[in-house]
Design a protein around this ligand. Structure first.
Ligand SMILES: Nc1ncnc2c1ncn2[C@@H]1O[C@H](COP(=O)(O)OP(=O)(O)O)[C@@H](O)[C@H]1O
Ligand SMILES: [Mg+2]
Length: 384
């Protein structure tokens, strides 16, 4: 099943363009599931009809659903949270505990499990996801690393301790500090789910992200950063959608300067990424309802199939050249001062500005010294 993720800054038009993409794909003969994981659901507003926590057909061959993120979190995280809270009861007040207990990125990941459920239904060949604003989406991609650290540290320690200490504690009648079976089970489920979702998201033959932006400096700057971060985490972006462009008629009058600025930003966007830049003009009215959204999809995608992969690029690629092994990572709009590369044990640690990622090294490279790390154009090349 093809998965198209739309993300971008708040208010740029993610929901509107997600709905348009879904309807446009259906017009090309696809059976489409439109999923909203943004806790601030508004797919219903864009479609001009209610959509809720259960799948509902909103147009021929388009089914939509808004994931109840908090319920999902409650389901998978509650037993773990209860245990952690117990651990923290001594010394830590509830508010501090609360903060520690909320994993950044968990919400979005848990919501994205729904993609797997859609796939399991077998009735859809395309799933369009209206994601939370970029920040949450990126935290979500970082989450498995955070979880691994957490598991490797506290949880493993507790688990080992449990084997030795639990029987003793049980005998003397002290309970609660040692995680019970339901906590282990909840953790295992969570890890499995996270892994499944990650596999879908990182599979560039199935999943691509589309960054929605406006032609305004602040939004464009964020789009640049997001593109590099998505690439660092291994998610392929196959298009940038520039929404709400002013019409040419705005050139004479109050908006003249805005039009000129937009053109500057568009030029910057065009040279920034090497993926198709698709455009949607500011409509005279909010595009609400299937007809308006289909028209918007035609404007954005033209004759293209919105469900197609619009650009085949591998954000992260291993290559062998002679006796050397190369890791190539597309990092457009990043300067070499912003990158750090280091090996820790069996992992390559990459840092781009404030984003980090640990990449597991193939066995053949573990213990070997990196020969070099170079930024060649928009690609970081690490050589062994
Ligand atoms: N091309 C467009 N022309 C006119 N209005 C638009 C266009 N795209 C989006 N809008 C309007 O802008 C507002 C924000 O869009 P929305 O899709 O909800 O953004 P996001 O999901 O990124 O927060 C909505 O009122 C929507 O109808
Ligand atoms: Mg939205």
């Amino acid at each position: 099943m093809r998965v198209v993720l739309l993300t971008g800054k708040g208010g740029v038009g993610k929901t509107t363009l997600s709905a348009a993409t879904a309807l446009g794909a259906a017009a090309h003969g696809h059976r489409v599931f439109l999923l909203s994981t943004d806790p601030a659901h508004s797919v219903g507003d864009a479609l001009g009809r209610p959509v809720g926590g259960r799948p509902v057909e909103v147009a021929p061959n388009v089914v939509a659903q808004e994931i109840a993120v908090l319920d999902e979190i409650e389901r998978s995280w509650a037993p773990i949270q209860a245990w952690l809270r117990q651990l923290l009861r001594e010394g830590a007040d509830e508010l501090v505990a609360e903060e520690i207990l909320v994993f950044p990125g968990l919400e979005e990941l848990v919501a994205l499990r729904a993609i797997r459920e859609v796939e399991a239904l077998g009735d859809f060949d395309t799933c369009v996801v209206d994601c939370a604003p970029t920040g949450s989406t990126l935290r979500m991609l970082r989450f498995p690393d955070a979880l691994a650290v957490f598991m490797g540290g506290l949880f493993d320690m507790e688990r080992r301790a449990a084997r030795i200490v639990k029987p003793i504690l049980d005998r003397i009648g002290v309970h609660g500090l040692v995680p019970g079976d339901e906590v282990f089970a909840a953790f295992e489920r969570l890890v499995r789910d996270v892994d499944d979702v990650r596999q879908i998201l990182l599979d560039g033959d199935r999943t691509t992200a589309r960054l929605v932006t406006n032609a305004a400096r602040v939004v464009v700057d964020e789009t640049r950063r997001s593109f590099a971060y998505l690439s660092l985490y291994g998610v392929a972006t196959d298009a940038v959608l520039v929404n709400r462009l002013l019409p040419p008629t705005a050139q004479d009058g109050f908006f003249a300067k805005w039009v000129a600025r937009e053109q500057t930003e568009i030029a910057a966007l065009e040279s920034a990424f090497g993926v198709p830049l698709l455009r949607a003009g500011l409509r005279p009215a909010e595009p609400i309802g299937p007809d308006a959204l289909r028209a918007l999809a035609r404007e954005v995608y033209g004759d293209r199939d919105p469900a197609a992969i619009l650009h085949h690029g591998r954000p992260l690629r291993w290559r062998r050249v002679g006796a050397k092994t190369l890791l190539e990572i597309a990092l457009p709009n990043v300067s070499k001062e912003e990158i750090e590369v280091a090996v820790h044990g069996a992992d390559l640690h990459l840092r781009v500005r404030d984003a980090r990622r640990a990449i597991a090294l193939p066995d053949s490279l573990v213990g070997r010294v990196i020969e070099g790390a170079q930024l060649r154009g928009a690609t970081l090349v690490v050589t062994w």
